[in-house]
Design a protein around this ligand. Structure first.
Ligand SMILES: [Zn+2]
Length: 346
C-alpha cells in the first residue's frame, strides 16, 4: 500500500521564502519535520541539509531536491524609497509586472508592489516595448526615510502568491520549482522502513544559479546511484507544437534520457522505465535539450555517479502561477520510494 501524500506539507513549503543562497527558512522547516525519521541529520558549509536513513545492502543512494526558488535581491533604495532589484535565477521580466512580492527585511517581511503605468497614460508604442528589469521597482508604500531604515541592499524578495488546488487534481502556487521535489523527497524519507540503500536525502542550495549546492553535497557522499527530484517546464500549451512539449502535465513522472547538463546511463534509464511498467506507475520520457538540474553536478562528482533526473511536469515554470499535477507528484513519489526500498538493479 502506498502511503497517502500530505499536501498540507507542500502548501507550507510553497509559502516559505527562500531564494538561492537564502534557503534558511526552508531548511529549518525540513530539519524539524524530518529529524524524527532520520538516523543522522547535518547541514554542510554551503547550507545543504543532509538527512540519512540506514539501509540493509551497504550501498548508498543519493537523493537530491533543491530548496531554493527564483526571486529578487534589492541592490538600491532610491530617494523616494522605491527599491531597485536584480533577479536571482532565470525570471522573465514580463512575469514581474503588476505583481506583489514579500521583501524580507531585518524586521520581518514587508509587502511590496511591482508597479506599472496604466494604459491611460501610456501609448501603444510604450506597451509594445520589451519589459526591462531596470525600469521595474518595488513600492513598499512607506515614507522614504522609513524604507531606508528598514531595507538594506542584499535583502531578498519572493513573489507573493497563495497555494491553490484547482481543476482536475492540479495545484498552482509560487515555487512549485522546486518545493514540489522537496515535498516528494520529504514524503519518501518519512515512509522509509529498512530500505535497501543507505539513503542520503539531500535538500540542496543554489540550484537555480548553477547547481552549486549539489556540487559540494555529492562530493561528500560516496553514492552508488543518484536520483534528483526537480520540476521541468511542461510546454503542453496553445501555440506550441506537440513535438516541443518536452513533457505533458498529468502524463506521469518524467524519466530523463537527456537534458543540457546530463545524460542518464542507459542501464539506469532502462531499469527505471521497467520499474514503472511493472508497478503501473505512470511515466514519460524527458528529452530536454535546454535546461538542467542537480543531476548535472552529481553525475560528474569524483569518478562519476550514475544519476537520473526525475522530472515533475510544471506549466508556467519560474513564474508565480506555476502549475503541477497531483497524479505526477504521486508517480514521482512511488518510483522514488520503490527505488530506495527495493533497490535499482541495473
Ligand atoms: Zn528547479
Amino acid at each position: 500500500m502506498t502511503p497517502k501524500l500530505d499536501f498540507s506539507i507542500l502548501k507550507t513549503l510553497t509559502q516559505l521564502s527562500g531564494i538561492s543562497g537564502r534557503e534558511g527558512a526552508v531548511r529549518a522547516y525540513l530539519e524539524e519535520l524530518l529529524s524524527p525519521y532520520a538516523d543522522e541529520v547535518r547541514t554542510d558549509a554551503l547550507g545543504n541539509l543532509i538527512c540519512v536513513k540506514k539501509g540493509t545492502s551497504g550501498k548508498n543512494l543519493l537523493l537530491c531536491a533543491h530548496m531554493d526558488e527564483v526571486g529578487l535581491m534589492v541592490h538600491f533604495v532610491d530617494e523616494q524609497g522605491f527599491l531597485r532589484f536584480v533577479t536571482v535565477g532565470g525570471i522573465d521580466p514580463r512575469t514581474l509586472l503588476a505583481q506583489r512580492v514579500w521583501v524580507q527585511t531585518q524586521n520581518g517581511p514587508l509587502l511590496g508592489i511591482i508597479g506599472t503605468k496604466p494604459a491611460h497614460i501610456t501609448t501603444e508604442a510604450d506597451r509594445a516595448k520589451a519589459v526591462l528589469l531596470k525600469e521595474l521597482f518595488i513600492d513598499l508604500g512607506l515614507p522614504a526615510d522609513t524604507v531606508k531604515k528598514q531595507v538594506r541592499p542584499g535583502d531578498f524578495a519572493v513573489l507573493a502568491r497563495s497555494y491553490e488546488e484547482f481543476g482536475d487534481g492540479l495545484i498552482s502556487a509560487k515555487s512549485i520549482d522546486n518545493r514540489a521535489g522537496v515535498f516528494v523527497q520529504a514524503e519518501v524519507f518519512k515512509a522509509l522502513k529498512n530500505p535497501f540503500y543507505n539513503v542520503y536525502a539531500v535538500f540542496t542550495v543554489q540550484e537555480e544559479v548553477g547547481v552549486r549546492g549539489a556540487t559540494t553535497a555529492a562530493y561528500g557522499i560516496e553514492a552508488d546511484v543518484s536520483l534528483c527530484l526537480d520540476t521541468t517546464g511542461s510546454a503542453d500549451i496553445p501555440g506550441v507544437a506537440p513535438q516541443d512539449y518536452i513533457v505533458r502535465l498529468g502524463g506521469g513522472v518524467g524519466i530523463t534520457a537527456l537534458d543540457a547538463r546530463s545524460i542518464t546511463p542507459q542501464p539506469l534509464f532502462e531499469e527505471l522505465k521497467k520499474m514503472c511498467q511493472q508497478a503501473r506507475i505512470p511515466f514519460q520520457v524527458r528529452v530536454a535539450p535546454r535546461g538542467g538540474n542537480d543531476a548535472g553536478a552529481v553525475h560528474l562528482s569524483k569518478t562519476g555517479v550514475p544519476s537520473c533526473a526525475l522530472a515533475l511536469p510544471t506549466r508556467n515554470i519560474h513564474s508565480n502561477v506555476e502549475v503541477c499535477s497531483k497524479l505526477d507528484l504521486e508517480a514521482m513519489f512511488r518510483l522514488t520510494l520503490q527505488s530506495a526500498m527495493q533497490g535499482i538493479h541495473f
